[in-house]
Design a protein around this ligand. Sequence first.
Ligand SMILES: Cc1cc2nc3c(=O)[nH]c(=O)nc-3n(C[C@H](O)[C@H](O)[C@H](O)COP(=O)(O)OP(=O)(O)OC[C@H]3O[C@@H](n4cnc5c(N)ncnc54)[C@H](O)[C@@H]3O)c2cc1C
Length: 497
Amino acid sequence: MKRRDFCRLSLITGAAVAVPASRLIAASDASSQPGSTDLRAVKLSGAETSIEGAAVRDLRASLSGTLLAPGDEGYEGARRIWNGMIDKHPALIARCADTTDVVHAVTFARERELLLAVRGGGHSFPGYSTCDGGLVIDLSPMRSVVVRADDRTARVGGGAWGAHLDAAAQKQALATTLGQISNTGVAGLTLGGGFGWLARRFGLACDNLISVELVTADGKVRHISERDEPDLFWAVRGGGGNYGVATSFEYRLHPLNPTVLGGHVDFPAGQLKDAIEFYAELITHGPRELSVDLSLAPNEDGTPGAQIYAVYSGDAKSGAKVLEPLQRFGKPIKNTIGQQSYLAVQTWFDTPPIDPTHWYLKGGFVREYSSELIALLAHEFQPAAGTSMYFQSANGAVADVPQTATAFSHRGAIANMMLFGLWKNASQDESGRQAIRAFWSKLAPFTDGYYVNLHDTDPKDKGTDSNYGPNFSRLAALKKQFDPMNLFHLNANIKPA
Ligand SMILES: Cc1cc2nc3c(=O)[nH]c(=O)nc-3n(C[C@H](O)[C@H](O)[C@H](O)COP(=O)(O)OP(=O)(O)OC[C@H]3O[C@@H](n4cnc5c(N)ncnc54)[C@H](O)[C@@H]3O)c2cc1C
């Protein structure tokens, strides 16, 4: 895909609970006179509850950050996340300024058994980082980045975007693997795995973690690493937001020249099959410094096509040699390959942090490009303005890590295959989702599990148990130990054993 073109339903411990808007809007009465009126809210169980005005006032007073309720100035902007399709109204949004704020907010939610969502960068496709009627812990004020060039590490706040870490690290000609959109949160991305242009060379974002500061459901602040609480550290490297709120991350950085060789080569519909085959060959045998992704989307002239995106992060001379076959292949209608700043590459696919577009995605890992899959893509998929596909490359250093060494369990994949639908209006939501699901039913047999960061709420999808393979029972046991009430459940949820 070309990603630049890229119900009120809360999942409550597995059950879908619809919350009438009128009831939540009534809660705004409480905010007009903070502390004087009870606030209507929703519990973990889906039952309605009310929060005493005095308790809201006390929580507000305890925070260095801000607490927003419906009707408060700033609430409307704060309730939105990236995907324009997600339109939810939390009872409270705690914009936490520090770890102590997070402890207060987690404790508040646990003691009242409140529905709870956690937000880093707000890039959850299905909208897990907000909710109707619950409490949102929003870490957007916590975006500090401290790079230590001497030992090549960075300490990053739980609300930072990839752009914040990339910019600070590149000042020292350093980098680590982060996603391909600069305004995606490092938190959600890293906890679920973390693919990007550098993954084949340096591993996933979670493979580059040294330690994490985590507030668990009991309100305790834990500093977890290979040495301290190693079980929990194992679980957060792929287990998503299931185990607590990550208030900061410590990453290992790597030397990276601020200029890399990269760009895209675009092919018309007539060369689609050849381009897919060529891409599959290139990514299967390319060196680790090379990351190549395939997009099936309209070309700039609006006609269906294929675009091969490539980034070579090693030295320029070797890169020119490695990319020579791509430069010579077929009859492209556009070729932008050249020296570019790594920071510019990281913004190629950016969309606004709050995007009015309605997005829907299905995804799954592929282990090989079989001739059947290539034929299906070439003959049955029609790239169009509202429908595109993208293959994000994996393998290389990602596959060096044994499957059970971290919770992330899809080490053998060659790529993450994604099918996107996008449209403008809520009236198209249902038909748009159905159309994507219909074509995905043809692609799904070629996949082996899915990326938890792109988990979908489609009830027909497999649960997380089989997706985590041999890691699931350990994850479920740790979930029971650290979050027995499943407070952190708005995610690809691992139920307590
Ligand atoms: C446009 C777009 C491009 C993307 N590109 C890539 C890519 O290149 N590579 C890739 O690997 N993924 C990519 N993703 C997927 C991305 O990794 C996930 O959507 C991820 O959840 C986003 O992180 P976030 O902090 O912005 O999410 P949010 O929406 O803030 O949170 C999503 C979930 O993450 C958890 N979470 C977030 N912050 C915290 C925290 N501080 N502590 C504990 N749990 C937390 C919670 O469970 C939350 O529900 C992309 C997504 C989008 C929308």
